[in-house]
Ligand binder design. Sequence first.
Ligand SMILES: NC(=O)c1ccc[n+]([C@@H]2O[C@H](COP(=O)([O-])OP(=O)(O)OC[C@H]3O[C@@H](n4cnc5c(N)ncnc54)[C@H](O)[C@@H]3O)[C@@H](O)[C@H]2O)c1
Length: 339
Amino acid sequence: MKVLVTGGAGFIGANLLHLWSARHPDDELATLDALTYAGHLSSIQPLLDSGRVRFLRGDIADPDAARDALRGCELVVHLAAESHVDRSISGPAPFLRTNVLGTGILLEAARLEDVTRFHHVSTDEVFGSLPLEGTPERFRPDRRYDPRSPYSASKAAADHLVRAYHHTYGLPVTISNGGNNYGPFQDPEKLVPKAITRLLAGRTVPIYGDGRNVRDWIHVRDHCEALDQISHRGRVGSTYLVGADSERSNLDLVRTILESLGLGMERIEFVADRPGHDRRYALDASATTEELGWRPSIPFTEGIHQTVAWYRAHPDWWGPLLPGADPPRVPSGRPASSS
Ligand SMILES: NC(=O)c1ccc[n+]([C@@H]2O[C@H](COP(=O)([O-])OP(=O)(O)OC[C@H]3O[C@@H](n4cnc5c(N)ncnc54)[C@H](O)[C@@H]3O)[C@@H](O)[C@H]2O)c1
């Protein structure tokens, strides 16, 4: 099968390409990625060097690049996005362009090129914020959307566009809404790798507000296993929640990282809260498990220990990404491909 993964130089996309190329050796894999600040070719270099994955540098919001990339594809797994909530607060425009317009342009290309399956990767943040105390309530697939940051609003708009293309044109789509991912190849701007890399450098870890905000954490490998199964066996038109029943406050998360590194709580520094900071996300993924048989296999503490070990072993990957480091070298031009 000919498969296009968008955003394959990003965190989840890179992990997905590694998993997919091992799991489906007969598939022809390509990735379309604009290589923004968040795209790192080093995450997939062995797959590019071996010719296992064809790299197409291009912008999903460019109709020609999108159509060229999709030509002849059977399956599209769409991950390319602006993904950092803090950046969406300080500058929402790229989020509207890539997440909303870009997804719309990709859908139109998929319709024109008759792709036989389009899987859209979204987030649990589209459902809004749950109260911290007093309710065991969790998100379910039929929950009303209530996005509250420019990031989550742009992802919600993209989800609506995906459903609209299914209802209006019969495009065979599936959608997944995942919890917070952690694992190898995540840019050090995000909380888990930021904490690990700062601690390894002898620094403190900044935590927003009172640190009690809760997220539902999932190891990226478990998420990618779910994406593989949904893309192959998910029912067209359906939405799947992907979570690992691992609700943790930011404080608990950082405590686990500190324990893994043998460090104490004095390395935490509380900083002014993020504007509009959602209090709690929690996912009920039981419907996904019941229908597809998928279930997460990496327990939270073990997954964090593995992730700490990975960052400890790979300063060559994250060192060049820290603020102030020399910018990584990337190929120029579009839609140049290297394979
Ligand atoms: N990271 C999480 O915890 C999480 C959780 C649930 C859902 N998601 C979703 O999963 C997807 C991937 O997230 P991630 O954490 O890997 O993101 P990321 O920021 O690490 O990677 C995004 C990738 O998309 C590329 N990209 C950005 N704009 C582009 C454009 N206009 N055209 C082509 N490529 C472009 C970047 O170069 C980068 O390689 C996103 O859609 C995100 O909303 C992420």
